[in-house]
Design a protein around this ligand. Structure first.
Ligand code: NAG
Ligand code: NAG
Ligand code: NAG
Ligand code: NAG
Ligand code: NAG
Ligand code: CU
Length: 561
């Protein structure tokens, strides 16, 4: 069995490598052949590889395995001073950061000690021929039952900043998420890496308790927002994220939006941001004073400590055009220049225009690639209805619904090639076809659209407008990423190649909307899928799940993802 061979190979490698390589931490100093990576002087270098390597075609093979053990459990935490029930990984929100080098293999053993099912999705990771490890309940696996565990294995063929999160119902937004850093070359120099800046919205009750409200009255207002898991709340307690600057040095921040329903504009008072990547794609650097980060998106920015030595606010501002928060202008961290007392800054924010639009103008990938002409074109019309008095989002009039106990990948492994209408399956059977998706909506709300298993090329994106045959498409090195905004009452046109056999979800990354049916799935190159998966593992997780579901009398109340 393909997977079994890989796993036993990995174990052998792991025991050989365990002593020679630390499990965590950046390894920028690891000796390499060729031009050596040095973030301050040669950020474009990576041994025999570089910033110019086409990572969709080749990646280093380090032979290094980064192994992690995650324990998902229920607990109570007061991230902003207000205590509430949460679901956490190893007692922390965000969970432990996964760190690896480009070309490493990452193995994560997930144990479920919580009272609900779980599954962990490695957002933005391509999962090249490893659909089984994509971690989406009801798509690529049954949920991991309480008391059960599952090991995920994937290769870091890309590098940069991303995150993982639960893909079981709304669970991610009770605290099951964390950062992923894959060290690799960069398109701009910097002195120090400040790591993940996780931007979240936050409620004072578990999100399930708000689902009926979200499905009748619309999304509830968030109580607060967090930066790396902390913020203050209405003078009641909590603390602020803080970090220090040494005058003259430059710092890399890795922004991740892990919200359920908030687009955040990030800024540091009086400092400009040099943007060096969007999602897992390095870009030609550009400067800006503020950056708008959609849900699920990532931007890496470099900031130089070139201002007067004092304290400055770092701000994460919910964009009110598509979100609502009690603490809109008070989700802040503090940057302290060395030698200055830590105190609340007196600085003022950069001017900005509130919006839920992507940063479209400047996102030119450093590795320039053009999109091919379309072989297959699909038009998806987004709609909203309330058949039983509860909102559902539809794609071409069909609301997505999957079954935890019967994931699509298992159906494929069991020989099925016929799927239920509400599974919303798009079959892509040709190899390396250029596939165009035209996603349109007449509803005046923006949606962050995320595709699994691929980066996509953004060919067109326009608010308050209708797509037509004469809409110009940008095929020449367009932005390339894994989440893009479908603008309000407008359209988004994306393209990708069918180069990854597997079952892949595409969905709106607003948690409420995913749960309310705004999703579809690709069954890509059906006949090649079984060769990528380990049927025994898929079946075992499902049989454990089925035992649990029967005895607990569990009822699935949403789309499942
Ligand atoms: C993706 O997987 C295929 C099949 O195993 C392999 O041929 C290809 O080299 C892989 N791509 C990368 C970038 O590793
Ligand atoms: C998480 O906790 C488990 C014990 O439950 C421990 O074995 C593991 O090392 C911890 N992992 C991390 C990344 O902290
Ligand atoms: C999680 O478990 C609790 C307690 O058993 C239950 O009330 C709740 O509905 C579950 N949530 C989901 C999404 O299954
Ligand atoms: C799941 O299945 C494995 C393999 O049979 C078994 O060892 C394990 O105890 C099961 N876990 C649960 C929670 O049923
Ligand atoms: C910061 O910028 C504001 C204008 O936004 C300006 O008035 C102020 O002098 C600047 N402060 C410093 C320390 O440069
Ligand atoms: Cu949406």
């Amino acid at each position: 069995m393909y997977k079994a061979t890989i796993l036993s190979g990995l174990c052998a490698l792991f025991s050989l490598q365990a002593l020679a390589f630390p499990l965590e931490g950046p390894s920028a100093s690891t000796k390499r052949q060729g031009c050596e990576f040095d973030s301050a002087n040669s950020p474009e270098c990576w041994g025999d590889f570089s910033l110019s390597t086409n990572w969709y075609e080749e990646a280093p093979d380090t032979g290094v395995v980064r192994e992690y053990w995650f324990n998902v459990h229920d607990t109570t935490m007061a991230l902003d001073g207000v205590s509430r029930p949460v679901v956490a990984i190893n007692g922390s929100i965000p969970g432990p950061t996964i760190t690896a080098d480009w070309g490493d293999t990452v193995v994560v053993h997930v144990s479920n000690s919580a009272t609900n099912g779980t599954s962990i999705h490695w957002h933005g990771l391509r999962q090249n021929h490893t659909s089984e490890d994509d971690g989406v309940a009801s798509i690529t696996q049954c949920p991991i039952a309480p008391g059960d565990s599952l090991t995920y294995t994937w290769k870091a063929t890309q590098y940069g900043t991303t995150w993982y999160h639960s893909h079981y119902s709304l669970q991610a937004w009770n605290g099951v998420f964390g950062g992923i850093i894959i060290n690799g070359p960069a398109s701009s120099a910097y002195d120090e890496d400040k790591g993940i800046m996780m931007l979240s919205d936050w409620f004072h009750v578990p999100v399930e308790e708000l689902y009926v409200q979200a499905s009748t009255g619309g999304p509830p207002q968030a109580n607060n927002g967090l930066i790396n898991g902390v913020n203050v709340y209405s003078d009641g307690g909590g603390s602020r994220y803080g970090t220090t600057f040494e005058a003259g040095k430059s710092y890399r921040f890795r922004l991740v939006n892990s919200a359920i329903d908030t687009m955040f504009r990030f800024m540091i008072d009086n400092h400009t941001l040099t943007v060096i990547s969007s999602d897992l794609v390095p870009i030609t650097p550009y400067e800006t004073t503020t950056i708008n980060v959609g849900i699920g998106q990532r931007y890496d920015v470099v900031v130089t400590a070139n201002q007067d030595a004092k304290n400055y606010w770092m701000r994460s501002i919910p964009q009110t055009s598509c979100s609502s928060n009690e603490m809109t202008l008070d989700i802040k961290g503090i940057i302290t220049y060395d030698g200055v007392d830590v105190a609340d800054p007196d600085t003022s924010m950069w001017d900005y225009v509130d919006s839920c639009d992507d940063e479209t103008l400047n996102l030119a990938p450093f590795l320039s690639l053009d999109a091919g002409n379309s072989d297959t074109e699909n038009i998806f019309d987004i709609g909203l209805s309330a058949p039983n008095g509860l909102f559902v989002w539809t794609i071409n009039d069909n609301a997505f619904l999957s079954d935890w106990g019967s994931p699509t990948l298992k159906q494929v492994l069991d020989g099925s090639s016929d799927f239920e209408t509400e599974q919303q399956v798009v079959q892509l059977n040709e190899q390396n076809d250029w596939v165009y998706f035209i996603i349109e909506s007449q509803i005046g709300l923006a949606h962050p659209v995320h595709l699994h298993g691929h980066d996509f090329f953004v060919l067109a994106q326009e608010a308050a407008s209708t797509y037509s045959d004469s809409t110009p498409l940008n095929l020449v090195n367009p932005p390339r990423r894994d989440v893009a905004m479908l603008p309000a009452a407008g359209f988004l046109v994306i393209a990708f190649q069918s180069d990854n056999p597997g079952v892949w979800l595409m969905h709106c990354h607003i948690g409420w909307h995913t749960a309310q049916g705004f999703a579809l799935q690709l069954v890509e190159r059906l006949s090649e899928i079984s060769a990528t998966a380990n049927t025994d593992v898929v079946d075992q997780t499902c049989s454990n799940w089925s035992d649990y579901a029967v005895t607990s009398g569990l009822v699935q109340e949403d789309s499942g993802v």
